[in-house]
Design a protein around this ligand. Structure first.
Ligand SMILES: C[S@@+](CC[C@H](N)C(=O)[O-])C[C@H]1O[C@@H](n2cnc3c(N)ncnc32)[C@H](O)[C@@H]1O
Length: 268
């Protein structure tokens, strides 16, 4: 699926030099297997040795796949053919590439620019609360919550996005957001720390483990919130979240998408 968040022709292949280990590993684990993509990725890595070197050193677990891809690339391709392969790969990986361009992400991702923060405030009273945002991205939820909360911890595993939020915090002289590294699999806080733990477009790879980890860091009587943005995607309610005791709140976005938000009060 292509979202058209980026114009791949305007993107340098060097953007892959800004990627974090988890993203490189994900690309090499999840995207390989489609002949056309494998062929094009093999060309791009063989003809961009700095990117191939960086990938193999940043994500040593991916080195065998990278070496195999490089070995299968055709020799003596023209710069034009290489650029065509780069554009193909950039386009196919746009949801990852966009993390290297947080400005573009904020400007072009409909789920961010079409979003209204009231859809978060409707889910809980954030006044004076201690809040964790897991997988903050460019900070859609964190910056909104900080308008009311005592303090918001914006946890984000992607370096470019952390730095983007830090720059924005400095520019806007915001005093109550702290940006930290971290993943949903291993939240870097003690048990029962937060009044509200929220996320958007993050939960769903491993419900059992992820919900257990979110629950661990919420105080008794606190909330877990899943608040996606406003996009045009048709989707069904997430039965996995309902099964685990979440309430759902449904509306249709202006662009016709099915938007479900979720909330669970945690009683320990
Ligand atoms: C689609 S973006 C959504 C960003 C933000 N939550 C929002 O809704 O505007 C997904 C975010 O999750 C982050 N992410 C990816 N894997 C993650 C993980 N295992 N744990 C926490 N965050 C993760 C990405 O770096 C990215 O910032």
């Amino acid at each position: 699926m292509n979202y058209n968040w980026i114009n791949p022709e305007e993107i340098s292949f060097n953007c892959f030099l800004l990627m974090d280990r988890w993203l490189i590993r994900m690309i090499l684990n999840n995207y390989l297997g489609e002949q056309d993509f494998d062929d094009k990725l093999s060309i791009t890595l063989a003809y961009n040795p700095a990117v191939a070197w960086y990938f193999a050193h940043k994500s040593p677990e991916s080195k065998a796949s990278i070496d195999k891809l490089i070995a299968m690339a055709p020799k003596n391709l023209s710069p034009n053919d290489v650029r065509k392969a780069e554009i193909f790969v950039i386009s196919k990986l746009e949801t990852s590439v966009v993390y290297a361009y947080p400005n573009i992400m904020d400007k072009n991702c409909d789920y961010i620019y079409n979003w209204n923060k009231n859809s978060l405030f409707e889910l809980a009273d954030f006044t004076d609360k201690l809040v964790l945002d897991v997988g903050s991205g460019t900070g859609r939820l964190a910056f909104a919550a900080a308008e009311k909360a005592k303090r918001v911890y914006a946890s984000e595993p992607t370096d470019m996005l952390r730095e983007y939020m830090r720059d924005k915090i400095k520019r806007e002289n915001i005093k109550n957001i702290i940006v930290v590294d971290g993943t949903i699999e291993q939240i870097p806080y003690e048990d029962n720390t937060f009044d509200i733990v929220m996320s958007g477009h993050v939960v769903g790879d491993d419900y059992e483990h992820e919900i257990a980890e979110l629950t661990r860091v919420v105080k008794n009587g606190g909330y877990i919130i899943d608040c996606i943005g406003e996009d045009n995607r048709k989707r069904k309610v997430d039965e996995e979240l309902l099964k685990r005791g979440f309430e759902s709140f449904y509306h249709v976005s202006k662009s016709g998408g099915d938007i479900y938000r979720y909330r669970k009060k945690i009683i320990k």
